[in-house]
Design a protein around this ligand. Sequence first.
Ligand SMILES: CC(C)(COP(=O)(O)OP(=O)(O)OC[C@H]1O[C@@H](n2cnc3c(N)ncnc32)[C@H](O)[C@@H]1OP(=O)(O)O)[C@@H](O)C(=O)NCCC(=O)NCCS
Length: 313
Amino acid sequence: MNAAGKIIGAGRALGGRVVTNKDLEKVLDTTEDWISTRTGILERRFVTEDEDCVSLAIEASKRAIEHADVPADSIDLIVCATSTNPESMPSVACLVGEAIGVTGVGAMDLGAACAGYAYAASVADSMLKSGAANRVLLIGADAMTHIVDENDRSTSILFGDGAGAVILDKGDGESGFVDHILGADGSMAPLGRAGHPGDDQKLFQNGREIFKFAVKMFPQMVEKIAARNDVSLDDVQYVIPHQANARIIQAAGRKLDIPEERVVVNVDHFGNTSAASIPLSYPDIFDDFEPGKYIITVGFGFGLTWAANLYKI
Ligand SMILES: CC(C)(COP(=O)(O)OP(=O)(O)OC[C@H]1O[C@@H](n2cnc3c(N)ncnc32)[C@H](O)[C@@H]1OP(=O)(O)O)[C@@H](O)C(=O)NCCC(=O)NCCS
């Protein structure tokens, strides 16, 4: 197996305002019970007035660098998955580089909606495998409150703001990303659209159709990436799915017959943080990684886009 993209440190940052279902009950035609029963979300974190996607990405990156305990200037590529950069230009990755004191190296954003991190991981890993980079700062960051209509009860209850960052090294060939599957189908674009932060066009989705798509796609992708690498699901320590709805995650876990404790869930406390939802789970599990086992990350998002990554610990 040709593994690269080894995670040597992870950090996260979350919006500064905790918003519970009870809080939303006061401002929307909804109930605490409806939200928790239909989505599994108990609370989410919204950015404060001083925060945005960029500030979250910077904070998460600083923490990942500290955790990895490497000099920031040893990073020679920055890749940020996001759909909520407050400005079209410059990229979030450029601004993160400036903030952490890393300039003169490649920095780019990648947009694949909620599948952004899984897509960006494949790009970062490929750059490491090709020799174009030696140490990558890989970020998933989104401030979804900037593109969601706060008065739309069918969407504003779902999303939260956060960022997750990891430092990826070339590794020794034994541990790191092993394989990636990417997919997209623009014919399903009408199922979910959103404008840029500040636009009048707020996020719209056909929740029911996306739900059905995700419940089918998650297990298929996990099975496919495991099978084509001859990896048994018994050797998968964690499946980290995109966190859109706990019911989607539970249905996929049941279909795959993977014990609950091996399927990572953070949607209950963070809501759907889009490109951040997968990487912001790493700090919770990093210390428990069992060498020799595998992690499968799997995302889906507007586009529609989908992607899965196989990682050997
Ligand atoms: C959005 C979602 C939670 C809705 O749950 P659902 O069980 O499918 O609910 P429905 O959309 O069928 O709506 C059922 C009813 O609840 C109502 N409803 C919607 N939001 C509500 C809320 N916050 N509070 C109370 N009622 C609500 C609807 O208006 C509808 O009422 P009706 O039956 O009178 O028309 C669910 O479809 C979902 O999570 N989809 C996936 C979305 C997703 O993953 N998006 C991100 C892509 S990365």
